[in-house]
Design a protein around this ligand. Structure first.
Ligand code: NAD
Length: 478
């Protein structure tokens, strides 16, 4: 971080200075070759593995308590797996693609070259503070870019760690970390990047896109929303409950693709709620001192989640809080007991806003088409989960709903399948990454037309006489 620190100037000028530094280096050196990119990624993988425990410690300190196992499984491993896959498949992704030019333009040839965009900005959130900063970085470096990263201020220890960790691995002219809160985020998103990749709430996503529009900077927006779970009438209820309990309570529900609410056939509602309660008790026999059960990130979010539950109670809705060992949970530790909200009216906040905590509303439906209509009456979600044994219900739900991604008879794991593009649609975002989708997001696919020495292009040129009549017959067949 030498250059950034050495420049004793105001934040905006510091940001400008780093961008200028990176842009000048990009123009000076051009696109890095395959060996350099792979070498960068391999060094990154080795450093992540070496620092896995330090990463888990920093994140846990930021959360108050964050399961170290969950950090390894959900923050560290996905990045290592994604980077390894990238190292392996990068030669194929980088290779120029030959395309036909059509019989009329023969013997010319067409080629698509994948070029780095230049300097890209990445803004990351707090909920998976390592994964959501480093996974886009991997894709951006694989595509040959230089990167400025702005991690979240809500996880200060992890963000500090990221700054130091990346500064040891890369010169600032290749990767620079900028620390700060909303104000710095706003200044950062107004920089004339060649691409801006934002992960966070839909609300801030709007502001980021507005700021980027002034520079015509293209954006990828990885946003949130209310991801539904639809239980089909033929679902294996016990298996569905296990998967939903896991997906909802990983990171205490602070997961962008966590099941937000469940839609259950009316006759199955009571069994589903009971099954879910049993599954939750089995996963988390106690909460207070259980290192497996993560805290809510801060007092503001803790209070926000309580308000969702309190409002439901005040409206007379049945609320089931699952505290298996009947422990006293103190607000300071911010462990929020898993909570089911049974059949809430849809005007409640818990049914209008993304929950982002361990609270699951359960609603009943009459027909599968009613459940589909319920989903379609709301903004397009980031994920959708369907549980059912047969293919008819599954195919109907997949065909009739639009979500960023979907998983069948499972929750969350589609995000871990590196070759499935990950991203939202509509209010849950735009653009995608992971695997080759990430490489393409951070590349410019340049179309190149290669003319042959012997060609008939002069037939297209004026003055238009008999040759033009011949061309007309050739092109249109008449
Ligand atoms: P957030 O939008 O509050 O903050 C995200 C980042 O934006 C932070 O680095 C923050 O400093 C920065 N920021 C704040 N104000 C800004 C501004 N005016 N301009 C530019 N940047 C600004 O989001 P959050 O609370 O950290 O994250 C939670 C949300 O993110 C949830 O909605 C969740 O669903 C979503 N999310 C989405 C994904 C995904 O992959 N689609 C992943 C994780 C989280």
């Amino acid at each position: 971080m030498t250059t950034l620190e050495a420049l004793d100037v105001k934040p905006q000028s510091r940001l400008d200075a780093v961008l200028d530094l990176q842009r000048a280096a990009f123009l000076r050196d051009g696109a890095p070759g395959l060996d350099e990119r792979r070498d960068d990624l391999k060094r990154l993988i080795a450093a992540i593995k070496e620092n896995a425990d330090a990463i888990a410690t920093a994140i846990s300190a930021d959360f108050g308590s964050r399961s170290k196992h969950e950090t390894i499984v959900a923050d560290v491993w996905p990045v290592v797996a994604g980077a390894r896959n990238t190292v392996k498949r990068l030669p194929g992704w980088m290779k120029p693609k030959s395309v036909g030019v059509g019989i009329e333009l023969l013997p010319a040839r067409g080629r698509i070259l994948y070029q780095p965009l230049g300097v890209v900005g990445i803004i990351s959130p707090w909920n998976y503070p390592f994964q959501l900063a480093i996974a886009p970085l991997v894709a951006a470096l694989a595509a040959g870019n230089r990167v400025m990263l702005k991690p979240s201020e809500l996880t200060p220890r992890t963000s500090e760690f990221l700054a130091g960790f990346l500064a040891k691995l890369f010169p600032e002219e290749k990767v620079a970390t900028v620390l700060g809160g909303a104000e710095v985020g706003a200044a950062f998103s107004s920089l004339p990047f060649d691409h801006l990749f934002y992960t966070g709430s839909t609300e801030i996503g709007r502001r980021v896109m507005r700021a980027a529009a002034d520079n015509l900077t293209p954006v990828t927006l990885e946003l949130g929303g209310k991801s539904p779970c639809i239980i089909g009438a033929d679902a294996d209820l016990a298996a569905a409950c296990r998967s939903i309990a896991f997906g909802k309570l990983l990171n205490a529900g602070q997961t962008c693709i966590a099941p937000d609410y469940a839609l259950v056939p009316k006759p199955m509602l009571a069994d589903f709620a009971a099954g879910l309660e049993a599954a939750i008790r089995a996963l988390y026999p106690k909460l207070r001192d259980n290192p497996d059960y993560t805290s809510i990130i801060n007092a503001r979010h803790y209070a926000r989640i309580w308000r969702l539950v309190d409002e439901a109670r005040e409206r007379g809705v049945r609320v089931v809080q699952i505290n298996p060992a009947s422990e006293q949970l103190v607000p300071e530790a911010r462990k929020f007991a898993p909570t089911l909200v049974i059949e809430p009216p849809t005007d409640l906040t818990v049914m209008r806003e993304e929950i982002f905590g361990p609270v699951l509303p359960i609603l009943s439906y009459d027909t599968l088409d009613d459940a589909i209509a319920f989903v379609n009456a709301r903004p397009r979600p980031l994920a959708l989960y369907y549980f059912g044994a047969g293919t008819a219900g599954r195919d109907r739900v997949l065909a009739r709903t639009t979500s960023g991604g979907a998983a069948v008879n499972e929750t969350l794991l589609h995000v871990a399948a590196e070759n499935l593009p990950f991203g939202g649609v509509g209010a849950s975002g735009m653009g995608a990454y992971h695997g080759d989708a990430g490489f393409r997001t951070f590349s410019h696919a340049k179309s190149v037309f290669l003319q042959n020495r012997f060609n008939a292009a002069s037939l297209l040129h004026p003055p238009y006489g008999r040759a033009a009549d011949f061309m007309r017959k050739f092109l249109l067949g008449r």
